[in-house]
Design a protein around this ligand. Structure first.
Ligand code: 16G
Ligand code: ZN
Length: 533
């Protein structure tokens, strides 16, 4: 039943705290868990409206705060095809979250319906999941109160990784074409594709996976049951999988820790040259690394995954005989190391596009390519295949056993990739397949090119909203004159490059700089930080 009374009642049960302003940001609503109850209920109303707007297709709600500390939480909405919420509806969600009273919530709910031609009696379907945070159960109850008030049909998957939820949404709306909408369906799809893509090759060594003490731990343990036995396939060693102790989430471990601190989690028991990777708290992000014989730490971040994947898929397209019909491209952000950009352009001879920070921008750009490989340096990313490309590959008749071999591997890789969204588990399996085919360990992978030394600084400023960028965040247009000063410093440095942008997730400006040497990169970053301060 969805009488208008129940919307008001649901909003009354979870009143908004005074004086808090919420924003649906690059990764949904995200803040301290104890001020999120009202946001959850209201976001549920938006999800139900969105579902009705798209003809009753399933819309996803993921309760997570990814790599944030344990006391945080958040929620993001997932569109019917498994991609992130469209920008127009982000604004509606923000406005709904900030309505002062339950009556204003109901009024806005009806206004959205009216303005968007939504029939409030038509079916609404919303599918839910959450990560392992202690606040998750309470916040989920707030979501369910909202969904019930809106008269939505609910599917609750309990604990899932963010990409698993995206997978469920896509499966539920595509009649099984993408896979079966169950956890087992997920493991069978990706586990089966891993085996087919390996084609009997055995990865060298072991893979130690740091699960950030998050939901990725138990899910990886489950996935392993669907992979070839370690005698024939990959031996995976799971570390930091303590989800019984929610206060351990992302603490001294996980992808963000490793990327930010440029060191392995202290808890990692990996030895010299052991291949390692770290997931984040909701397993939509992964970075690789290892320590060499001299205990020197080496990071293989999102840029490295992108170059590895683009190299391999490009080779498969060519050796299948499809090079004339299918073009690959790579999408990066300004944070991509200059050496990675150079490698893709000049060695792989592929098109490189740069977008602003945030998965949705990269994903969108990649969708315009036949095969679009996109990764942020921080490890968010995947590969998307255009519908025409998928048709071409499905219809293609190989002309030799060699072509067939490549084509079969390419098809298995397509199944192994979670194209709905970057998926740490699927990405890691893809990396392992590629390394196995090349008979490489992490060292050989690192050897493909040399990263330029770089430095990332966080600068606290009076008002970060003063900082406006253009050209995919590579130029500051405001405050006026600042870019000129940055340019002057960049000029002085060999292979210098630097930019400053307002963070979308923290109240700060981030400065990135790279140069030919460590000293030059550090110095440039410091100078630019001085300029923006
Ligand atoms: C969010 C984004 C991530 C981006 C990061 C930048 C998603 C799912 N997540 O975590 O892609 O790299 O923000 O943070 O889009 P920043 O604006 O604070 O630098
Ligand atoms: Zn995440």
């Amino acid at each position: 039943a969805h009488s208008s009374g129940t919307i008001v009642e649901a909003a009354e049960m979870h009143p908004a705290p005074n004086g808090v302003v919420y924003q649906y940001g690059t990764a949904g609503f995200r803040t301290k868990a104890d001020i999120l109850d009202s946001v959850m209920t209201r976001c549920a109303l938006i999800a139900a409206l969105r579902s009705r707007k798209v003809g009753g297709q399933w819309i996803g709600m993921m309760i997570t705060a990814s790599h944030n500390p344990p006391e945080d939480n958040g929620v993001k909405l997932v569109e019917a095809m498994g991609n992130m919420l469209t920008e127009k509806w982000e604004a509606l969600a923000t406005e709904m979250a900030n309505k002062p009273t339950p009556e204003a919530v109901l009024e806005y709910y009806e206004e959205i319906a009216f303005k968007n031609n939504i029939d409030l009696k038509s079916p609404a379907r919303v599918v839910l999941a959450r990560d392992t945070r202690a606040s998750g159960a309470r916040l989920q109850a707030c979501v369910i109160d909202g969904l019930k008030a809106a008269g939505a049909e609910i599917r609750d998957f309990g604990y899932l990784t963010t990409p698993q939820l995206h997978y469920m949404v896509r499966c539920l709306n595509t009649n099984g074409a993408y896979g079966t909408p169950t956890e087992q369906g997920y493991y069978e799809k990706f586990g089966g594709a891993f085996k087919r893509a390996l084609r009997g090759k055995k990865p060298t060594g072991t893979l130690t996976v740091d699960c950030a003490n998050g939901v990725g731990g138990p899910k990886l343990a489950e996935l392993i049951k669907y992979l070839p036995p370690k005698s024939e396939g990959l031996e995976i060693i799971i570390v930091n999988d303590n989800v019984v102790k929610p206060e351990a989430l992302n603490v001294e471990c996980g992808a963000d820790f490793v990327k930010t601190n440029q060191r392995a989690p202290p808890s990692s028991g990996a030895g010299p040259n052991d291949r390692c990777c770290s997931l984040d708290g909701d397993a939509d992000r992964v970075v690789y690394y290892f320590k060499d014989g001299n205990s020197m730490f080496h990071l293989l971040d999102g840029d490295r995954i992108a170059t590895l994947v683009a190299t391999f898929l490009g080779d498969l397209v060519r050796t299948s005989g499809l090079a004339d019909q299918i073009k690959l491209g790579v999408v990066q952000t300004a944070y991509a190391n200059g050496a990675a950009t150079h490698f893709v352009k000049d060695n792989l001879k592929l098109k490189v596009e740069c977008t602003p920070t945030g998965v949705k921008y990269l994903h969108h750009e990649a969708e315009g390519m036949d095969i679009g490989v996109y990764f942020e340096a921080n490890g968010h990313g995947t590969v998307v295949f255009s519908p025409d490309t998928l048709k071409t590959i499905a219809a293609y008749e190989p002309r030799s056993p060699g072509q067939k071999e490549s084509l079969d591997t390419l098809k298995a890789c397509i199944d192994l990739i979670n194209s709905a969204v970057g998926d740490a588990l699927s990405d890691a399996l893809l990396v392992e397949v590629i390394l196995a085919h090349k008979n490489w360990g992490a060292e050989e992978w690192l050897g493909t090119y040399n990263d330029l030394p770089n430095r990332l600084l966080k600068v606290i400023v009076k008002d970060r909203n003063m900082f406006k960028t253009a050209d995919a965040e590579r130029q500051l247009v405001k405050p006026e004159g600042v870019q000129k000063l940055i340019d002057a410093e960049v000029q002085k440095v060999r292979q210098g490059r630097s930019f400053a942008r307002a963070s979308g997730t923290e109240d700060a400006v981030r400065v990135y700089a790279e140069g030919a040497t460590r000293a030059e990169a550090d110095d440039l970053a410091r100078k630019v930080a001085e300029i923006v301060k």
